[in-house]
Write a protein that binds this ligand. Structure first.
Ligand code: ADP
Ligand code: TRP
Length: 333
């Protein structure tokens, strides 16, 4: 029996990259008949690092929760909750902060990239970098370690964070007692999904296709995906094509083979864009309706989350009590 855990940060409207890289594989796993435990949550404290607009944090939180539900997460089986409602997480985060070597966090990609940018621009190296951003991996380690997580299904960009969680668990086990489980990454897709401009699809690059965009918006976005200028009839390379990379995440293996052949035969970009639109639209139209329902009935979403949080808090409290005892934070009697 394994504990499998992943979080999505409500700092933007969910996009197809989030779906393929994190949500779809997570839901598929939770539907299997295994004895594993699934923990799926909204990392709303992490959102504060990127988004300081209260209305947006609320909006994105509802959207992400509605997304999980619309796509069929079985909440009677999975632990489904908001990070900010499990207070033990921030307590464990402080405990890990006291153990974490600063040098380890200096090397975290997100922090390092911003420092490098500042240096390049001849600015103070820590300009516009909050302690929240710096400590981001520690809070993520707390999310993971609090629930004895074995596997963390995430996209490639999150591997380093899971490694940091593993390192911190190791430090803890060596310093105190061997009570934290060392997590491993479960890489959802080998590569990150590309966005409209060919870079990684990401909220930060504003190149996303929203998962539940209306039909009209979906078509518009797909038509905007950058391609080369090869004319119809000219053979095309599917390996480097964003349209193909997205298509293959939605298609069956037979359909993928057919499209590969069409590329070799010189399919026109307009035609390929139509095929991609039809495929995504068909796959997601049912869930889109459910998504709309949950957005309009947010009290239902609230009730589902509150029930999940009650269930989750029990486990969190038990683990934190064990950890605090190991640290010497104990009753005198
Ligand atoms: P963003 O880059 O848009 O801010 P997040 O960092 O919130 O997305 O990612 C949430 C989850 O979705 C993570 O597990 C991440 O690895 C996955 N993910 C995000 N973008 C992609 C992508 N383009 N391809 C594959 N997975 C992705
Ligand atoms: N940092 C992750 C992201 O932005 C979200 C996240 C927070 C997470 N805590 C986590 C993912 C724990 C997996 C496990 O994508």
């Amino acid at each position: 029996m394994k504990n499998i855990l992943t979080g999505i940060t409500p700092s933007g409207t969910p996009h197809i990259g989030n779906y393929i890289g994190a949500i779809k594989p997570a839901i598929e796993k939770s539907k299997s008949n295994s004895q594993d435990n699934y923990f799926y949550f909204l990392s709303d404290y992490h959102a504060l690092v990127k988004c300081q607009d209260a209305r947006l944090v609320e909006k994105y939180s509802l959207e992400i929760a509605a997304t999980w539900l619309a796509l069929g997460l079985d909440t009677s089986k999975a632990f489904f909750y908001r990070q900010s409602r499990i207070e033990e997480t921030t307590q464990l985060s402080w405990i890990l902060t006291c153990l974490a070597p600063k040098g380890l966090l200096n090397r975290a990609h997100a922090y390092k990239a911003l420092v490098d940018e500042n240096i390049q621009a001849n600015k103070d190296k820590d300009k516009n970098i909050s302690m929240g951003l710096f400590s981001y991996p520690i809070l993520m380690a707390a999310d993971i370690l609090l629930f004895d997580t074995n596997l963390v299904p995430v996209g490639k960009d999150q591997i380093q964070h899971v490694e940091i969680a593993r390192d911190l668990a190791n430090y803890f086990n060596k310093t105190y007692e061997d009570i934290l489980v060392l997590p491993e990454v479960d890489l959802a897709c080998d590569d990150v999904l590309s966005g409209l401009d060919g870079r990684k699809m990401s909220k930060s690059y504003q190149n996303t296709i929203e998962l539940f965009a209306s039909e009209k918006e979906l078509r518009k976005k797909i038509m905007k995906i950058a391609t080369n200028s090869l004319a119809p009839g000219k053979a095309k390379d599917y390996n480097t094509c964003t349209l193909f990379k997205i298509y293959k995440e939605f298609a069956t293996s037979g359909e993928i083979e057919e499209i590969k052949k069409a590329y070799e035969d010189g399919i026109a970009w307009g035609e390929m864009k139509n095929i991609l639109f039809e495929k995504i639209n068909k796959t997601l139209s049912g869930a889109r309706e459910k998504y709309k329902y949950f957005i309009e009935n947010k009290h239902e979403v609230e009730n589902i989350l509150e029930a999940g949080e009650e269930k989750t808090r029990k486990l969190a409290k038990e683990k934190l009590d064990t950890i605090k005892y190991a640290l010497g934070l104990r009753s005198f009697c």
